[in-house]
Design a protein around this ligand. Structure first.
Ligand SMILES: [Cu+2]
Length: 566
């Protein structure tokens, strides 16, 4: 993709500063115009001849001041330039080849549900605070679910009725959102389902979508970045009855890979501050995988399935292996592809998932690496937004005697993706700056879009800004129709709930809104770069019966948070 240069051309700007500096360093500042001095004469002729060319005292003072001023300005410019160069150099993080891989990868435990008298699968999650040894030997204050950091993996199958008791023992109100899940709006866990401290929220719904790697995370309005960064997140794996022979032994050859970047203060606490030049907010210089620092995984079978989640607030990863081996992409956000796609790289923006199957040979080691991602920025913004960073993430250590796995089939599933031929409505969403969609910031009391149930629409999302954004829609899995007019590459043809929209580009997706209506409780669509979402780059839509669409209110009913969002 062509790089897009935004606003001031930084190369030109640097050249300009450079020229200005050289000029000031190399030349004498211009003196003020010399006033003509009346010549003092005596009858015998002019006296003080040598003094005639000298300036009077005020002029000399000015010249000296200007000289000093020029020198000071030059010094300041040189210093600023040096600081700029230093900042630019410091901003790049590259851990490729430098990670020890000395900690076994933590596998989030599976949370076993209880079956209640109605046959429903009941899960208990307790959001809590605590401390966690994220860096070796250092305790860090963190949040988690059923533990001090991250949360267990939930699993359910198509047709299951689930009940999830979310008990909030955190000191702040929060929510828990089921990212990628098709479900009633009131069960969505979006900003409208705030759980006050000490209370329990128990949404229930029927799982009715294909097998997929979904996840859960807090979604309180304006505080999502903070709550996710502190550590509340986990996977929600769905199964269905399509028999696909891919590795599926959880923790053995079916491995969760939750990628999150963190920055630590000297005392071990999490540093949530962001660099003022970053377009994506906070970026960490350490990558934890499932909360593990410097992780390795012992592999006992020759095919390994990695379910990778970009669970970071703003960092974009461009995944591959250190030896550039190919792997097979088998699933995206909402489930399996029709057929595997052989790739060397797959890029994930925050919230996106990719399931890959990689083959290893007996006794070898290979490293999952994030190479510099293509985020569509010029060389200055790219540097401060993680676009030049590389990270070694996870070492796979193959056993000397690997068990043989059946090969990945050439055909996986028949996808259930929306058909754009059925769409008769096209909506446009323009992302501008870092906080607006169609010119407006998120308002909890405003319904931006009302959709008729059981219809398919085309949503056209344009990033008008110079910042990277992505676009996530609650409740649905969509089909990417095109990106800037081009058919999506094979690895973006599968079910998606989040799509990366680089600066000055447009993505068109087909979305079907099925099953659930509620004129009072909205779903969200938003940028999943959390600092943008929190700043207001989010809108609300309701799904209603077709005959209700015209009289639908564009206000949410009384909402306890109106006061904060007016
Ligand atoms: Cu964004």
């Amino acid at each position: 993709m062509d790089e897009v240069t935004i606003g001031v051309d930084p190369q030109a700007a640097v050249a300009e500063i450079h020229t200005a500096t050289c000029y000031r360093l190399g030349s004498t500042p211009v003196s003020p115009p010399v006033r003509s001095i009346p010549t003092m004469t005596t009858p015998t002729g002019p006296v003080n001849e040598p003094r005639r060319l000298r300036l009077p005292r005020p002029g000399r003072r000015w010249a000296r001041r200007l000289l000093l001023l020029g020198a000071a300005a030059s010094l300041i410019l040189v210093a600023a330039l040096a600081v700029g160069v230093w900042m630019y150099t410091q901003a790049r993080v590259d851990t490729a080849g430098d990670v020890a891989f000395d900690q076994p990868l933590h596998i989030p435990p599976l949370l076993e549900p209880q079956t209640d008298s109605d046959g429903r699968a009941v899960f208990d999650l307790q959001l809590q605070q605590g401390t966690t040894e994220l860096l070796p030997g250092i305790e860090t204050a963190t949040w988690g679910a059923n533990g001090s950091h991250l949360g267990p993996t939930l699993r359910a199958s198509r047709g299951d009725i689930v009940v999830i008791n979310v008990a909030n023992t955190l000191p702040e109100a929060t929510t828990l959102h089921w990212h990628g899940m098709h479900l009633p709006a009131a069960a969505d866990g979006n900003p409208h389902q705030l759980i006050p401290p000490g209370e329990t929220w128990s949404p229930t719904w029927t799982i009715d979508q294909p097998a997929a790697t979904l996840w859960y995370h807090p979604h309180p309005h304006g505080q999502t970045a903070d709550h996710v960064y502190r550590g509340v997140a986990g996977l929600f794996l769905l199964a269905d009855d399509q028999r696909v022979e891919v590795p599926d032994d959880y923790g053995i050859d079916d491995i969760p890979v939750i990628l999150q970047d963190k920055r630590f203060n000297d005392d071990g606490s999490l540093d949530a501050g962001d660099h003022f030049l970053s377009t994506v907010g906070q970026l960490g210089d350490e990558i934890l995988v499932n909360g593990t620092y410097s992780p390795y995984l012992d592999v006992e079978r020759d095919l390994v399935r990695l379910r990778v989640l970009n669970g970071s607030n703003g960092r974009i990863y461009n995944l591959g292996f250190d030896d550039d081996r190919t792997f097979e992409l088998i699933a995206t956000d909402g489930g399996l592809l029709e057929q595997p796609v052989a790739l060397r790289r797959v890029q994930l923006s925050p919230g996106e998932r990719a399931e890959v199957v990689v083959r290893v040979d007996s006794g070898e080691r290979t490293v999952l690496r994030s190479n510099s991602p293509d985020i569509g920025l010029d060389f200055v913004q790219r540097r401060f937004s993680g676009g030049d960073d590389r990270f070694d993430l996870l070492e796979l250590r193959a056993a000397d005697n690997l068990a043989e796995s059946p090969p990945v089939p050439n055909r996986l599933v028949s996808e259930e993706l929306p058909d754009s031929a059925e769409a008769d409505t096209t909506r446009t969403f323009e992302l501008s700056g870092r906080s607006r969609i169609n010119g407006e910031k998120m308002d909890m009391s405003r319904i931006d879009t009302v959709v008729a149930v059981d219809t398919t629409e085309i949503w056209e999302v344009t990033n008008r800004s110079g910042n990277p954004h992505n676009f996530h829609i609650h409740d649905v899995q969509f089909r990417i129709l095109n990106l800037d007019g081009n058919t999506p590459p094979p690895h973006l043809e599968g079910p998606k709930d989040t799509v990366f929209i680089p600066p000055r580009s447009t993505g068109r997706v087909a979305v079907r809104f099925a099953d659930y209506t509620n004129p009072d409780v909205p779903y969200m669509y938003h940028c999943h770069i959390l600092i943008h979402e929190d700043a207001g780059m989010m809108g609300q839509f309701t799904v209603v019966e077709p005959d209700e669409i015209d009289q639908e209110s564009r206000q949410t009913p009384t909402d306890p948070r109106h006061d904060h969002d007016g």
